[in-house]
Design a protein around this ligand. Structure first.
Ligand code: LLP
Length: 437
């Protein structure tokens, strides 16, 4: 199953980029060029250079608020999807808790002044140092993923006298309809304890016997970029059957709600996802006073972001194809290479223009796999020096960016109400050299 599972509508490749893929506060200036948050994107590119990530800040805030309205304040932002102090402040101000899965993600949350009680510490191989740090700062919940981790955390708890509140992560044995790399709810997984094999029950028994950890909840996460709400409902019924006899107070069904990336795709809203998941849990016997939460990442940040590049070369190979190369690539968006993910592209100076010309949008890295858009469509007059944008790059773009070929990561700019603010500056050659000893 590919990432195209949300594809519903027939696609006309010549049509302009679907406006629904752009940040909600996108618009047009007097010349017909793209604006986001009331700011000209061409001007942002001139000011901050390209490539650049541009985020619709009002949309980030609105999505966080939508999640809190749907699930309540226990809902956590999955920081792995896009994380920096500015984002942390937005999620926290909207009332979200935060899912962190490394000490690095935790450090950003703490730097943003987030109360550690509102952090949930995830990860299938947390180090002793990470667990010790989590206890020391007092993170709200530690989500236990393995028998080794139980032993590790019990040793730390005994040594420090701290009794941390923990959840156990279980695998419900459900195959989410998404790319294999991001399926996590199936039996054959590095994550969590299997419900079917009895490993989850054994983990509960171990924790309750020693009394060194305070088990308050159960967690499950079936995968990412899931469009079909039925997948979540299936997981809900398996998890509910395991959870209910335990008499615990907290239940989290993870993240994973899909997002539309290309023409023809459509995704359920956060509200619809919450309603169907919560209904499925209640139908399966979860008591009304149980705190049901989730951990959305992609659905909060994906559509808020676009990446803007400058076209540097256009190479027409007669009878084959046209390659348009831009000044970024797999270092700022590895998702096409990793998962075969599809993206759209469009001209910043003419986002409403028809796109009759077929191109392959590639980056500047030294390998043929460095593809951003395998089958892109652009206006006929695309030329060197044009700004091309890819929409829906707000999730798992910056957060998975690399320094391949010693390319510095792009800056991140938030825009709202006609003004822009730089929240992460561009990484320079000096930054990269600063690591040399
Ligand atoms: N909770 C847990 C425990 C997770 O592992 C994840 C994502 C989430 C929540 C958030 O899931 P979301 O709502 O963002 O789907 N790099 C991949 C996605 C990896 C997701 C990893 N875990 C991609 O670019 O598609």
């Amino acid at each position: 199953m590919s990432y195209r599972a949300g594809m519903e509508n027939p696609v006309d490749p010549v049509a302009p980029v679907p406006w629904s893929l752009l940040p909600p506060n996108a618009g047009l200036n007097d010349e017909g060029g793209l604006t986001v948050g009331g700011v000209s994107v061409a001007e942002l590119a001139a000011q901050f250079g390209t490539p650049v990530f541009i985020y619709d800040e009002a949309h980030l805030r609105a999505r966080c608020e939508e999640a809190v309205a749907a699930f309540g304040p226990g809902v956590a932002f999955a920081s792995k999807s896009f994380w920096c102090v500015a984002m942390a402040k937005i999620a926290s101000a909207a009332g979200m808790s935060i899912d962190v899965s490394t000490s690095g993600e935790m450090a950003v949350a703490l730097a943003a002044g987030i109360d550690p009680e509102r952090l949930r510490f995830h990860g299938n191989n947390k180090s002793v140092a990470e667990l010790a740090a989590a206890l020391e700062v007092g993170v709200g919940r530690i989500i236990i993923d393995s028998a080794d981790e139980i032993a590790r955390l019990e040793t730390l708890a005994a040594a420090t006298g701290v009794t941390p509140k923990v959840w156990i992560r279980v695998t419900p044995g459900v195959h989410a309809h998404t790319h294999a790399f991001v399926q996590t709810g199936q039996e054959d997984s590095k994550f969590g304890f299997s419900v079917a094999s009895g490993a989850a029950a054994a983990a509960v028994a171990e924790i309750q016997t020693t009394g060194l950890l305070n088990l308050v909840g159960i967690h499950a996460h079936i995968g990412s970029q899931v469009f079909n709400l039925e997948n979540f409902a299936q997981a809900a019924s398996v998890v509910a059957a395991f959870f209910t006899p335990l008499g615990l107070a907290e239940l989290c069904l993870g993240g994973g709600l899909g997002e539309a990336y290309v023409a023809g795709e459509s995704a359920p809203s956060i509200a619809a996802w919450a309603a169907s998941t919560i209904d499925a849990l209640h139908d399966a016997g979860v008591a009304p006073d149980v705190e049901i939460t989730a951990e959305p990442g992609r659905s909060i940040v994906a559509r808020a972001g676009i990446t803007v590049y400058t076209v540097g070369t256009i190479k027409n190979l007669p009878g084959l194809r046209t390659y348009a190369a831009v000044d970024g690539g797999m270092s700022d968006n590895p998702r096409p290479v990793l998962y075969g993910s599809g993206y759209e592209t469009f001209l910043v100076r003419a986002p409403k223009a028809e796109r009759p010309r077929s191109i392959r949008l590639v980056g500047k890295h030294c390998e043929s796999g460095d593809v951003l858009v395998e089958s892109g469509w652009v206006p006929d007059d695309l030329h060197v020096g044009d700004l091309l944008a890819t929409p829906v790059t707000g999730a798992y773009g910056y957060s998975m960016a690399s320094n391949y070929n010693r390319v510095g990561r792009p800056p991140v700019v938030f825009v709202e109400n006609g003004s822009a603010r730089l929240v992460l500056r561009r990484e320079t050659d000096q930054d990269l050299l600063a690591l040399e000893v």
